[in-house]
Design a protein around this ligand. Structure first.
Ligand SMILES: C[S@@+](CC[C@H](N)C(=O)[O-])C[C@H]1O[C@@H](n2cnc3c(N)ncnc32)[C@H](O)[C@@H]1O
Length: 224
């Protein structure tokens, strides 16, 4: 697939995605203005699909920004469900609280400011859905910290499996295809490559990469 076709596929998938509600529209406009990397509507729809399909009651996010991805999960939860947001930047989290309260989701949400790799240790499972969307270098660590807390049939979704800024996507793909465990990649790309290899090698989960948004690595627990 050449780059033009990839752009067209991206636009097509966005056109197929649910339309933003007013608050999502405000958040997406802000993200575009600030160049802040939100997951976007096509990937957001996938988050909601997995929350609905698993009958999710508890969801954990590594890296919540100002709460956009949470707007895709929250409506899929029951009234006594829980969505745990983590964000290292206190200002982003304060804005998440404002948006999500406005959207009427506040009763579902636990807001945690700090390093998600520490916060996860304060929360027991089981989680039905987990989103990993923080530092790419820490993806494997996030996965290992949460894997045993995921319910059977639950899912870990990692964003940026295909793109993130100027990440060397072709280099990652070549390394995965060739089984090259020591390619010359920068820290971000190496973080994603290591993550992809790690989840391929985990027999307790069945994994696929969906070329939606920035690429979603989806790992469903079946006998872990
Ligand atoms: C790509 S953004 C998250 C976007 C959000 N998931 C969405 O789609 O709306 C990544 C966020 O992770 C946060 N972050 C980075 N390292 C973190 C860590 N160790 N713990 C918690 N948050 C972290 C960053 O501050 C940033 O806001």
């Amino acid at each position: 697939m050449n780059v033009k076709q990839f752009d067209q596929l991206d636009a097509f998938l966005e056109a197929m995605a649910p339309v933003h509600d007013d608050i999502q529209h405000e958040m997406a406009t802000r993200a575009a203005d600030e160049g802040f990397p939100i997951i976007g509507p096509a990937a957001g729809a996938v988050l909601r699909q997995f929350a609905v399909a698993t009958g999710a009651e508890r969801i954990f996010e590594f890296g919540s920004g100002f709460g956009y991805s949470a707007t895709w999960f929250a409506p899929a939860l029951p009234d006594d469900g829980e969505l745990i947001l983590t964000e290292i930047d206190a200002n982003e989290m304060a804005d998440a609280e404002t948006y999500l309260e406005q959207a009427g989701y506040d009763h579902l949400i636990t807001y945690e400011v700090g390093d998600a790799t520490e916060i996860i240790n304060r929360h027991d499972g089981p989680f039905d859905v987990v989103l990993i969307d923080a530092e790419k270098e820490q993806y494997v660590e996030c996965y290992e910290l949460v894997r045993d807390k995921v319910a059977t049939g639950g899912v870990i979704i990692a964003d940026n499996a295909l793109t993130a800024g100027d990440m060397d996507t072709a280099g990652i793909m070549d390394a995965v295809i060739e089984g090259d465990t020591d390619p010359a990649l920068d820290a971000t790309a190496e973080g994603i490559r290591r993550y992809l290899q790690h989840i391929i090698d985990d027999a307790g989960f069945v994994t696929s990469v969906l070329p939606v948004g920035s690429g979603l690595a989806v790992s469903v627990k079946h006998n872990g």
